[in-house]
Design a protein around this ligand. Structure first.
Ligand code: CA
Length: 695
């Protein structure tokens, strides 16, 4: 697309400015030239390169101390808030958990409209990592939003009324959508999640005006050998299918495209990441010795046709939940004296990759956190040098990184002046072990791993020692030298996405409830605001009437707090909030109400169940949402629930589906009354243990 270089770019910028003002629309031109609108935040990564860097500098290292709340809004959802707000022509657009969409006056916070797709809460069961939503896209007077149940909807940007809505998945299967749609040349690109359960991943492109499907790229070959696009097309079918050892799971093999989708107007390529294998265990998925394309791969396709151009697979034959779906960021870096156009990723597997974006050729790779599954990457072949025990073939092994990743969906940021990528990183090990008795269970979690070994030690000191090993970091990474320039250490590992500005600042929220600003040169904390809740989303910034604002969605949740509450801050579930800051802001957000005290009288309760058996059943079925050792506070705190009061009360929920409208589906397909009573015995034991410890 040479038309947008050189003089063409300048002409386009003038046109853009002429069209600027309330009621104007976001054209393809404006999106392509988003970098020429410093005051706007037009698309989730601000510009197509997804650098999440703003040229605004009114808020800088000197003035940031005067940053105060300009306005706030409290939402009616209390799960993880992961969206990055957009700001276009004075309107702020954002989305919340349960896929709700909001438009505000970006100056005052006055609510303009909201849209609730009314997702059936039962769908929440199929969301591995919370019922989150990471944002919306805007184009030609429409706001595009994806719902957890697989719908892609075009809303009127002025009113929030539905213009068209399409179901993008087979809703009889455990697909979900949590990612933000991307607009590329009038097409709306959207993927989906579900690889923890057993689905087949793909990326779709819909016509933005009509909602008609234009192309689809499947990331795994059709299990029946049918040529149905991309990994199954007549040419690639042979290539991709050969990497499955003759065995592609009927459930689809995973590879879901649930987060990063990046467009490069210059090469007309779309880059996206495919997720983990399904099941996680490679020996249960195919033959345990084949690459399984395109699982855990970075893929480049033609934006117009969806045709395959190149791929790079950071984790061949994924065995650890190493999705390659993290932030794919474009930049031009001086490498060996030449400007190289690259795509960069801090992969879940702990390595930072710099790839030539025209060819997919790996330029460099280095670990940015501890990696014990592989020692290094062979730059000739692009393949990891795996360690002897990394694949935990014969016995369980502690491996780094954990399935949370060295870096997960939380967006990075790039400061082009300083040449630094800011990575919201995690240094977390995990005990991995194969479940020798694994059988596929339709619709349920399908990992192929022994989950009972994840239960935490009963001893409090041992648990605390374990917690102390888990590190959260903000790393300023030099992608050319492939080394850290500076690192901020956090007390907890699941922190927020990052934004950088020309004010020399790096903004990041944390698990402990702060929204922080750091000096981009050295990582020194220069400002911090207590939000009262955990923060996981990435911020955005914009300018209106000569005033710079910073917007952040606040609400703790996502994979780690659901699955491992006891290793993270002891925090109740709180309503999500949007906080918007400016220099001299004087708004005050009220304190959150205190969490309820323990109400369950444990002394009066008993169970004939087998707590040891319950522990195994709990970790195989419940722990991913209710946390290891039933320590979760989110869905809800099982150690203090009236459901424990009788065997019947718990069975009504677990087998009868009494709380289906809150997302707790019936487990009658998988569990019997005796299993539920064993679980009850186990949770009662954990609750008593906690009570004794806190005395
Ligand atoms: Ca995954």
């Amino acid at each position: 697309m040479k038309v947008w270089t050189g003089l063409g770019l300048a002409a386009a910028a003038c046109l853009t400015l002429a069209a600027y003002g309330p009621g104007s629309v976001v054209t393809t031109q404006r999106l392509t030239n988003a970098g020429s609108e410093p005051g706007s935040w037009l698309t989730t990564g601000r510009t197509y390169g997804d650098q999440r860097f703003s040229p605004l500098k009114q808020i800088d290292r000197a003035s940031v101390s005067k940053l105060g709340l300009a306005w706030h809004h409290e939402f009616d959802t209390d799960r993880g808030q992961e969206a990055t707000p957009l700001m276009i022509d004075g309107v702020l657009y954002t989305s919340t958990s349960w896929s709700k969409v909001y438009a505000f006056d970006a100056r005052t916070g006055r609510s303009l409209w909201s849209y609730d797709p009314k997702v059936d809460k039962r769908r929440g069961f199929s969301a591995c990592c919370d019922v989150a939503n990471r944002g919306v896209a805007v184009w030609e007077g429409k706001v595009y939003a994806a719902a957890l149940d697989g719908r892609l909807t075009a809303l009127d940007a002025k009113t929030g009324k539905v213009i068209w809505s399409k179901v993008t998945v087979d809703q009889s299967k455990p697909y979900t959508i949590t990612g933000a749609p991307r607009v590329v040349k009038g097409k709306i690109l959207i993927g989906n999640g579900g690889a923890e359960y057993g689905v087949r991943g793909y990326l779709s492109a819909y016509d933005g005006q009509t909602g008609k499907l234009v192309w689809r790229f499947y990331t795994t070959p059709n299990p029946k050998g049918k040529p149905d696009g991309a990994a199954s097309d007549p040419i690639l079918a042979g290539k991709a299918a050969k990497t499955w050892g003759g065995k592609i799971p009927a459930s689809g093999g995973g590879g879901t495209v649930w987060e990063s989708i990046t467009f490069d107007p210059e090469s007309n390529l779309v880059f996206f990441g495919a997720g983990n294998g399904s099941p996680w265990s490679a020996v249960h998925r195919s033959d345990g010795k084949s690459d399984n394309l395109f699982l855990s791969s970075i893929i480049a396709v033609n934006a117009d046709t969806g045709k395959y151009v190149w791929h790079y697979q950071p984790t061949p034959d994924d065995n650890w939940d190493f999705d390659a779906t993290q932030h794919l960021m474009l930049a031009t870096l001086p490498i060996d004296g030449k400007p190289r156009k690259v795509v960069m990723q801090a992969n879940k597997n702990g390595f930072f990759y710099v790839i030539d974006r025209a060819t997919g050729h790996l330029l460099s790779a280095k670990n940015y956190v501890t990696t014990t599954w592989a020692s290094s990457i062979d730059l000739k072949t692009g393949r990891p040098n795996e360690t002897a025990d990394g694949r935990y073939r014969d016995k369980p092994a502690v491996v780094s990184p954990a399935p949370y990743g060295g870096h997960n969906w939380q967006p990075m940021a790039f400061d082009p002046g300083r040449g630094l990528v800011f990575i919201p990183a995690m240094d977390v090990p995990q005990l991995y072990g194969v479940d020798a008795n694994y059988k596929y269970r339709e619709g349920a979690w399908n990992l192929g791993l022994d989950t009972a070994i994840w239960a935490l030690p009963d001893d409090k000191a041992q648990r605390q020692a374990m917690k102390a090993m888990l590190k959260g970091e903000l790393i300023a990474w030099d992608p050319i030298k492939q080394e850290a320039r500076w690192t901020v250490q956090y007390p907890n590992f699941w922190n927020a996405g990052v934004m950088a500005t020309a004010g020399g600042l790096v903004f990041q929220g944390d698990a402990d409830g702060h929204f922080n600003a750091y000096d981009a040169d050295n990582g020194k904390l220069v400002w911090s605001y207590e939000t009262g809740n955990g923060v996981i989303a990435g911020a955005s910034t914009y300018e209106l009437g000569g005033q710079q604002y910073v917007a952040i969605m606040v609400g703790y949740g996502g994979a780690a707090p659901l699955a491992a509450q006891s290793l993270l801050p002891d925090r109740p579930r709180l309503p999500g909030r949007l906080l918007v800051f400016k220099i001299g802001g004087t708004d005050k957000a009220p304190a959150f109400p205190k969490p309820p005290e323990r109400t369950l009288d444990l002394a009066s309760l008993s169970s004939n169940g087998d707590a040891a058996a319950g522990k195994v059943t709990f970790h195989a079925n419940c722990a991913v949402c209710h946390s290891l050792n039933a320590s979760g506070h989110y869905l809800p705190n099982l150690r203090n629930t009236p459901m424990l009061q009788s065997p019947e009360a718990l069975q009504a929920v677990v087998l009868g589906g009494a709380l289906g409208d809150r997302g707790m589906v019936s487990f009658a397909k998988w569990l019997k009354p005796v299993d539920v009573e064993n679980i009850r015995a186990y949770i009662l034991g954990e609750a008593r243990h906690e009570q004794t410890e806190s005395k």
